[in-house]
Design a protein around this ligand. Structure first.
Ligand SMILES: NC(=O)c1ccc[n+]([C@@H]2O[C@H](COP(=O)([O-])OP(=O)(O)OC[C@H]3O[C@@H](n4cnc5c(N)ncnc54)[C@H](OP(=O)(O)O)[C@@H]3O)[C@@H](O)[C@H]2O)c1
Length: 242
């Protein structure tokens, strides 16, 4: 993966930070995104010369266009795109506000659409590309209190399959990695009881680590993943077996 340019959204922490550092370790020039200048600076520091951080707000198409233009000016168009950034706004549907629904759909699904659209022209020109979308196990299982998040992640899987059909003739693969429950800020909000109940359902009897997810993303983005497209790779310790 030497000298490939990779764009990773949501690389300031959690799974995205691990994906960025694994891709950098494989020789990629990595641009990671954060929602703040501080977050972007942290990414530059962590990448230590193998790329840098930029500010990108997925709910703002102008901010996406600016960030992609900045990557293009500095390195050229990325041929690896990891749509990792995502949020939750959990609530039972009876109590869920239109804002909670909209924030999740706009960030997780529309943000992925906008970022991908801004990047694929360069991949088409290069006749090479790897797009990996970070979904979730709950897109397959459903989850009470997360109808907005689950709808966004299930939508992402359908988006992945359609785009895989559209771009295959240009040697661009499009896949999804669906993590189970992984130790990050996103799951730190769960109570001890919720975590214990969830762990009871995981045959490998541990939470996922960010490196478990990053390894799967690197596989799909790398040489070995070249004949895989339109798939969802589940990385969940056996929590869900398709
Ligand atoms: N953790 C899990 O158990 C788990 C399970 C299944 C799927 N996933 C998925 O894995 C991905 C990463 O999750 P994580 O647990 O690593 O999340 P996290 O620790 O909460 O980090 C989220 C990342 O997304 C960025 N982000 C948040 N809102 C954004 C916005 N509006 N525009 C652009 N960037 C935004 C954040 O940037 P800032 O730092 O600037 O806020 C941060 O870099 C998500 O898509 C999530 O749905 C996670």
């Amino acid at each position: 993966m030497e000298d490939k340019i990779a764009l990773v959204t949501g690389a300031s922490r959690g799974i995205g930070a691990a994906i960025a550092s694994h891709l950098a370790a494989q020789g990629c020039q990595v641009v990671g995104t954060a929602t703040s200048a501080d977050g972007a600076a942290k990414i530059s520091e962590q990448l230590a010369g193998k790329g840098h951080g930029v500010v990108m707000q997925l709910q703002d198409s102008g901010s996406i266009a600016d960030a992609v233009a900045e990557v293009n000016d500095r390195y050229g168009m990325p041929t690896i795109l990891v749509n990792n950034a995502g949020i939750t706004r959990d609530n039972l549907l009876l109590r869920m506000s239109a804002e909670e629904w909209g924030a999740v759909m706009n960030t997780n699904l529309t943000g992925t659409f906008l970022t991908t659209k801004a990047v694929i022209r360069g991949m088409v020109k290069a006749r090479f590309g790897r797009i990996v979308n970070v979904g979730s196990v709950v897109a397959s299982t459903g989850n009470a209190g997360q109808s907005n998040y689950v709808a966004s992640k299930a939508g992402l899987e359908g988006f992945t399959r359609s785009l895989a059909h559209e771009l295959a003739s240009r040697n661009i693969t499009v896949n999804c990695v669906a993590p189970g429950f992984v130790e990050t800020d996103m799951t730190a909000a769960l109570s001890e009881a919720q975590t214990a109940a969830m762990l009871d359902r995981v045959p490998l009897a541990r939470m996922g680590r960010v490196d478990d997810i990053a390894a799967a993303v690197v596989y799909l983005a790398g040489e070995g993943g070249g004949y895989i497209t339109g798939q969802t790779l589940h990385v969940n310790g056996g929590l869900f077996m398709a």
